[in-house]
Design a protein around this ligand. Sequence first.
Ligand SMILES: NC(=O)c1ccc[n+]([C@@H]2O[C@H](COP(=O)([O-])OP(=O)(O)OC[C@H]3O[C@@H](n4cnc5c(N)ncnc54)[C@H](O)[C@@H]3O)[C@@H](O)[C@H]2O)c1
Length: 312
Amino acid sequence: MSFEKALITGGNGNLGQLVATRLESQGVKVISFDLPGTENAETDARHAVVLGDMRDHDLLRQVFGEHEPQAIFHLASMLSGSSEADPLAAWDVNASASIALMRLALEYQCGPFFFASTLATYGPDLPSPLPEEAEQWPQNIYGVTKVAVERMGLYLKKKQNLDFRCLRFPFVLSPYAPSAALTAFASNAFKAAAKGEQFTFPVAPHTAMSTLFLDDVTRSIVEIAQADAKRLTRPAYNLHGYTVQTSDIVEKLRLRYQTFDCTYEPKEELIDLIGRWPSAMVSESAANDWDWSVKFDFDKTAEAMFALFETS
Ligand SMILES: NC(=O)c1ccc[n+]([C@@H]2O[C@H](COP(=O)([O-])OP(=O)(O)OC[C@H]3O[C@@H](n4cnc5c(N)ncnc54)[C@H](O)[C@@H]3O)[C@@H](O)[C@H]2O)c1
């Protein structure tokens, strides 16, 4: 283990809580940083919690000084929906504050610095499967802010040796999908079906999505942070699990819940984004450089989602 203390920004979020649990199971001490109001009695008891805003640079500096983290897992972010609703705030939180955090990591000599990026950093109408060298020209502000951080991460890695490590995630199927994500509908369909509720898909039946299950996502974050730096040939890796169409989800849900009732009302903003994203990505470098492999295919993902929703 290359680090014993880790700061997780966005530590009370969907991925943050589970990354904290994984690290803690390996004996890593976690400091969680997230907005006031996101407290969680269950996880808070296990680690240090600092409540504040990523834009509060003085507070973050205090966190580095007091807690001396050796690794950073930077997960705090405004998501796609809330970013589009307030693009200026998205720039401040996702881009400026992330760059300031990287500078603090350099100043306090900590690393690895993990950054969670996204398939939304790519533009529309690219080949599928998406080659690893594809250009990134995002059309939404969320993707723009993530590319900005990727570029600065690469710059600081080359010029100042920041141990920057980044993964670009596709759709994440998760029982805890945050509502501010435009891509949360696939996860929400599972929840509605388990509750016996009707569901309206905001995309068409043939919309195909590159997807990963939550468990693989959180494992990938910990694994890349612990990977041997000498083997990493890239600052950022694309991760693809499997391709699933909306109609595949409906079929799977109807096998489990025969009465599942749904309709399709494709929304312009989603057709423009998701409908034109690649539905598969090449992720060979992740397998070669840090032995990444996907454990959850769509069948296993669905089983895990059913189990989680039916017991909660
Ligand atoms: N889940 C996905 O589908 C997905 C896909 C690609 C990338 N990502 C990235 O992974 C990371 C974690 O995503 P998630 O699914 O856990 O989302 P989430 O919304 O559950 O977690 C993000 C956390 O960031 C916190 N946050 C937002 N603004 C903040 C601010 N100004 N100051 C401090 N904290 C702030 C939120 O309170 C939240 O707890 C994000 O960077 C996201 O962009 C997620």
